[in-house]
Design a protein around this ligand. Structure first.
Ligand code: NDP
Length: 612
């Protein structure tokens, strides 16, 4: 798409418009507006994909318990097996591995990050992605392939939720309780419980009264809709009036199929997503075969470098993410050439603002070229900076509104007014529905126990929720002082590369496997970071908690604490390594290979035998 000349854009007018759109949406209740699917909403969590098979409770011990069988757990398990640690057990609430890709089987589900870098361990598993952006079944397939390749199905427990995790100091073991009555002891525990683990529902008045059929997108009910997530039409919706609440990354992917197959589709929109072009293409087998050994690591580093504003000779991935970053970077470079310009943080902000305005003007103009009805087109235009919300890339979403059955019900930022037995009310108008689908997202900003679904009790009875009451505290985003032999596999306080989640996991998995293998080698029964090392790491992160997006008059969403000012807790929870993701990856690679494991003690019978 050609870039819009800067001169034609009134940047100040855009700032005013963006602020007005944000102000319309700010709510006192922030994260509290959402309802947890518990109590009378608990059925929203039921697994529609497998029958629960009863089994006897287990009482045994494993070397490593991997909590969560998504990509975080799988790549950690794979690295452990590579390091010679055989006795590992995945414990997973779903009926199989896959995590988010086990649960999210809504029609049209796919990944917005290019498969060549998003799908982990492609070289190790010998899989060639079929397309630049792969659909959910292929992603789920890769999760299963990793489990098979590395023997991670052996000993795994599925449809099993951890209810409590407690450190037993006398034996230096974690004791894991589950909803199946298991009591499993583990020498080491890795936590891959994901930031997008638990679905949430909108706290719309009357939501509990709806008498039609209803489900969350992460538990798609194909028995009701017909069709399949392999793409078969949702034939049972041909005589149904369907409503969907939510137009985030999930909503925009399932709406095209719903628009084709429903008798009538009502999309209740609070804030439109930004929809850039996707341009999906098949992967060329000849080009793929020509990639040399170690290609995936090279691609990962190349993407992370370009996406975070760095320089590289070529753009291997060439997607919307690297495009955003390159535009900002080029703008800064151009500004640096301006005579008399004093380079400062303001220059960066200005460059960011200008390139963002250009991009968003393109995205808004694209809506007009696709959507035939002018009022609908106007309502679908996003008025905020692109990174205020998860950027979306799609070549069928906007087109869906040209289907005669598809109706956009724009709530002008106010959200759905109320729900009753027969449908949904917006602006005083009632929309009668047979089925109401919630594409309302996942718990992100709430406390750790609420998000993970269980409590973790460390040394001296301290819970992780209490320890992190004022925000996450860690060394490297992996270790927590007071929680020996426990490893977090996530993004925060580490690389924090949000554009390619699995890259974070691949690196953390490698680090954790190195440490556990080392502990077994030196006969250590405990691995724990020192208080001092944790504090030093936290002090270093303190310089990188600028709450950048919080300063940009963003429309509310989970990227910005639902528009609430970022307090210490939120800043800590979203902090990343000060030098950025690539610097973190370089740092952590050096740290784990140095062999002295500075800041982490390996203890045997209370004495430090390595690290420290
Ligand atoms: P989101 O949290 O991004 O979206 C929730 C949606 O529900 C928003 O559109 C929100 O509106 C809307 N909503 C909430 N309450 C109301 C209400 N009362 N009335 C009307 N609308 C309401 O969830 P998603 O499941 O879409 O996405 C979650 C994340 O999952 C993504 O950001 C992404 O990280 C990941 N994902 C990635 C995909 C990919 O790679 N392709 C695909 C799908 C998901 P508002 O915006 O106004 O808050």
């Amino acid at each position: 798409m050609p870039s819009t000349p800067t001169k034609t854009i009134d940047h100040e007018a855009l700032r005013v418009k963006y602020r007005a759109e944000r102000d319309k949406r700010l709510r006192e209740d922030g994260n509290e507006q959402y309802i947890e699917p518990t109590g009378r909403f608990a059925h929203f969590l039921d697994d529609p994909y497998v029958e629960r098979v009863e089994r006897e409770p287990l009482r045994d011990e494993v070397t490593v318990a991997i909590i969560g069988g998504g990509f975080a757990g799988l790549v950690t398990g794979a690295r452990l097996k590579e390091a010679g640690v055989e006795d590992v057990r995945i414990i997973e609430g779903g009926g199989d591995v896959g995590g988010a890709w086990y649960w999210n089987r809504y029609p049209g589900a796919m990944c917005d990050t290019a498969a060549m870098i998003y799908l982990p361990l492609l070289e190790e598993t010998g899989h060639m992605p079929s397309m630049k952006y792969t659909k959910a079944p292929e992603i789920y397939g890769q999760a299963k392939r990793i489990a098979t390749t590395f023997g991670l199905y052996d000993n795994a427990l599925f449809s099993t939720e951890v209810t409590n995790l407690e450190w037993e100091a006398t034996s230096s073991r974690w004791v894991i309780h589950t909803n199946r009555g298991d009591e499993i002891r583990a020498r080491f525990v890795t936590m891959g419980t994901g930031p997008l683990h638990r679905p949430k529902l909108p706290g719309i008045p009357g939501i509990e009264t709806f008498a039609g059929h209803s489900f969350h997108t992460s538990r798609w009910d194909y028995d009701y809709t017909g069709g399949s997530y392999e793409g078969d039409p949702l034939v049972n919706l041909a005589d149904k009036k369907v409503g969907i609440i939510g137009t985030g990354a999930t909503g925009i992917q399932c709406i095209p199929q719903l628009a084709k197959d429903s008798q009538e589709l009502y999309v209740f929109q609070r804030t439109p997503s930004s929809i850039d072009v996707r341009n999906n293409v098949p992967i060329d087998p000849d080009e793929f075969a020509a990639l040399g050994e170690g290609w995936q690591q090279k691609w990962l580093t190349n993407f992370a470098t370009l996406q975070t504003g760095g320089f590289a000779d070529e753009d291997l991935v060439k997607d919307g993410w690297t495009d955003i970053a390159k535009r900002i970077r080029d703008k800064i470079m151009a500004k640096m050439g301006e005579p008399g310009l004093v380079f400062s943080a303001d220059t960066i902000q200005e460059a960011f603002g200008e390139s963002d305005d250009e991009k968003m003007e393109e995205i808004r103009a694209r809506v007009d070229t696709i959507v035939k009805d002018p009022a609908t087109a106007e309502a679908l235009k996003p008025w905020y900076r692109q990174l205020c919300k998860r950027p979306c890339f799609h070549d069928e979403y906007l087109q869906a509104y040209n289907e005669p059955s598809a109706h956009l019900v724009d709530t002008d930022g106010k959200g759905v007014e109320r729900i009753d037995e027969t449908g949904v009310w917006v602006n005083g108008v009632h929309y009668e529905l047979d089925c109401l689908i919630f594409a309302s997202g996942f718990e992100v900003g709430t406390d750790y126990a609420r998000r993970s679904g269980f409590e973790t009790i460390g040394r001296d009875g301290i819970t992780l929720s209490k320890r992190w009451d004022d925000g996450m505290q860690s060394l490297h985003g992996i270790h927590v002082h007071g929680f020996p032999n426990m490893f977090v596999v996530g993004l925060s306080q580490g690389a924090n590369l949000i554009s390619n989640i699995t890259h974070n996991h691949v690196e953390s998995g490698r680090t954790i496997a190195t440490m556990i293998a080392h502990a077994l080698e030196v006969g250590a029964d405990e691995i724990e970071c020192t208080d001092e090392a944790e504090q030093k790491w936290m002090a270093a992160l303190d310089n990188n908690m600028g709450a950048f997006l919080g300063n940009l008059d963003c429309t509310p969403g989970y990227y910005n604490n639902e528009g609430k000012p970022m307090g210490k807790r939120e800043k800590l929870n979203s902090a990343g390594y000060p030098g950025g993701p690539v610097a973190y990856f370089t740092y952590i690679d050096g740290w784990r290979n140095a062999g002295d494991f500075k800041g982490v003690e390996f203890r045997a019978n209370g004495a430090v035998v390595s690290g420290g």
